[in-house]
Design a protein around this ligand. Structure first.
Ligand code: CMP
Length: 139
């Protein structure tokens, strides 16, 4: 059964560009309820752990460098069918392929600097949410 929660980050490119408010607005307009929210910055160790699944990829070093380059906003979102519906709302990983009306179409620059993260499965949503938030930060 699909879970009703997903995890997201507004990445350093979108924070630097001043798009936190615009992106949270799109998330709310998409029917997602924010149940946890944090303005923070990943350390190198945090990013290497969070993205461990990608550590053999050629872009891993670039990914860690980018994700630690400035503050991010992390959040847990609630909605029926959250993981799949949020991936529809954010659009394709490469903004060149992202559909009209998606967050990445509006705010992403490139496949690496793509404005937002969205969990790719219910299991990863739970793991990623627990990486960023303690139980008493989730409401
Ligand atoms: P996301 O899906 O949030 O998590 C993995 C990230 O790796 C992905 O977003 C992109 O930001 C990044 N990524 C994926 N493919 C590439 C690539 N070919 N070059 C650089 N970064 C990439």
């Amino acid at each position: 059964m699909a879970s009703n929660r997903t995890f997201t980050m507004i990445k350093p490119d979108a924070v630097k560009a001043g798009n936190i408010g615009n992106i949270l607005q799109m998330i709310n307009a998409g029917g997602f309820k924010i149940v946890a929210l944090k303005y923070t910055q990943l350390s190198k160790a945090d990013a290497e752990t969070f993205y461990a699944v990608h550590n053999e990829r050629p872009f891993f070093g670039e990914l860690v460098e980018f994700m630690t380059s400035g503050p991010i906003v992390s959040a847990i979102l609630e909605k029926d069918n959250a993981v799949e519906d949020f991936r529809t709302l954010i659009g394709a990983t490469n903004p060149a392929d992202a559909a009209e009306g998606t967050i990445r179409k509006a705010y992403a620059n490139s496949i690496g600097e793509n404005a937002v993260h969205g969990s790719d499965s219910d299991d990863n949503a739970a793991i990623e949410g627990m990486f960023h938030f303690s139980g008493r930060e989730i409401h």
